[in-house]
Ligand binder design. Structure first.
Ligand SMILES: [Zn+2]
Length: 344
């Protein structure tokens, strides 16, 4: 169940006693409750899911029957960070390390960027805009090879990285408000609010995928939009926080015999209003971008007939890899490390 998984991720679980609850409310103890640092699991899964409905019929014949796989595996890249040390850098770019908006000093081409700053520096600041291009090339190659397993795995993965590039706090070094005493804002923006509002109030049927003639430039435009929005994301929350006492800002909920602390519904609604539905718009733009990148890869591969693919069954190695990803992620949750991005 998507929601229960994300609930485990985003929240701080406490033993159940009334007095403890009361004590924590009174003292306003600082309990960290944020998600893994990318769109929460729920949002990532929704983005890949709804992207399928934007595809043309020639692609739908493959994507629709496999929609559950694309949804479930939308979060593999986040799980992969626990077993692949270089994975973290694929999910973000701390673009403010390169000056001020619109960051003209940073070359948009990978080769020019590493020539100017050195590969280690560029890698350390995060490489999401360029990694999306790498994934697009791999997906295009998989279409050319007519390899169904590769197409599905790469489609699920690229959906994740594209979605991450739409999150303002993935494009900002103050990614969890840690420099401004706003710890937890990352999960608040990308997990708590979508989980509260997406299913009931947001619209994700938003038209058709389109061919992207310049994917690198498209990606940079989205990254710059995210960068421009990061200031509002942080500033508005800081302002709103002044109007709420701690026990108004947070609430405790009981789920399955455990008490969970999270941002209160009132606080979520007030913040969402201040942002003028920015989170819904960024989810919609993510869905459009994911579908359009899938479509672009297929077109660039010569529009192969997706009813005539090879390699349709996941191998033992694939299944072992999925297990390893799940186990690594679950272990981190049990150790309590899942709340922190390991590579930043
Ligand atoms: Zn991510």
């Amino acid at each position: 169940m998507i929601l229960s998984v994300s609930a485990v991720i985003i929240t701080f679980v406490l033993p159940l006693t009334y007095h403890m609850k009361k004590l924590l409310l009174v003292t306003g103890a600082v309990l960290c409750c944020h998600s893994l640092f990318s769109w929460g699991f729920y949002a990532h899964q929704q983005i890949n899911y709804y992207a399928v409905f934007m595809l043309p019929p020639e692609m739908m014949v493959l994507y629709k029957p496999n929609i559950q796989f694309l949804t479930d595996h939308a979060v593999d890249p986040d799980k992969r960070r626990y077993i692949v040390s270089t994975e973290g850098a694929h999910h973000y770019i701390d673009i403010d390390h390169y000056g001020r908006y619109p960051f003209d000093s940073l070359p948009r081409y990978w080769s020019k960027a590493i020539e100017k700053y050195g590969k280690d520096t560029v890698q350390a600041n995060g490489i999401v805009p360029w990694y999306i291009q790498t994934m697009l090339s791999r997906l295009t190659a998989a279409f050319k090879e007519k390899d169904q397993v590769k197409i599905l795995k790469l489609s699920a993965d690229i959906g994740h990285y594209i979605a991450d590039s739409h999150v303002p706090l993935h494009v900002c070094s103050n990614h969890n408000g840690q420099f401004t005493n706003q710890q937890g804002i990352h999960g608040f923006w990308e997990s708590r609010i979508p989980e509260l509002l997406a299913a009931t109030s947001w619209d994700f049927f938003i038209g058709k995928a389109e061919y992207i003639s310049n994917p690198l430039s498209f990606t940079w435009n989205r990254v710059l939009e995210s960068a421009a929005a990061s200031d509002s994301v942080l500033t508005f929350e800081r302002e709103l926080s002044k109007q709420f006492s701690s026990d108004q800002k947070f609430s405790f909920e009981e789920r399955n015999g455990k008490v969970i602390r999270e941002y209160s519904t009132t606080y979520c609604l007030a913040y969402n209003k201040m942002l003028n539905n920015m989170i819904e718009r960024r989810m919609q733009q993510s869905i459009y971008a994911v579908a359009s990148f899938w479509y672009t890869a297929w077109v660039n591969a010569g529009q192969p007939d997706l009813k005539q693919l090879t390699n349709k069954t996941f191998s033992q190695e694939d299944l072992k890899e999925f297990d390893a990803l799940n186990n690594a992620w679950l272990n981190e949750q049990l150790k309590g490390k899942g709340e922190f991005l390991p590579d930043r």
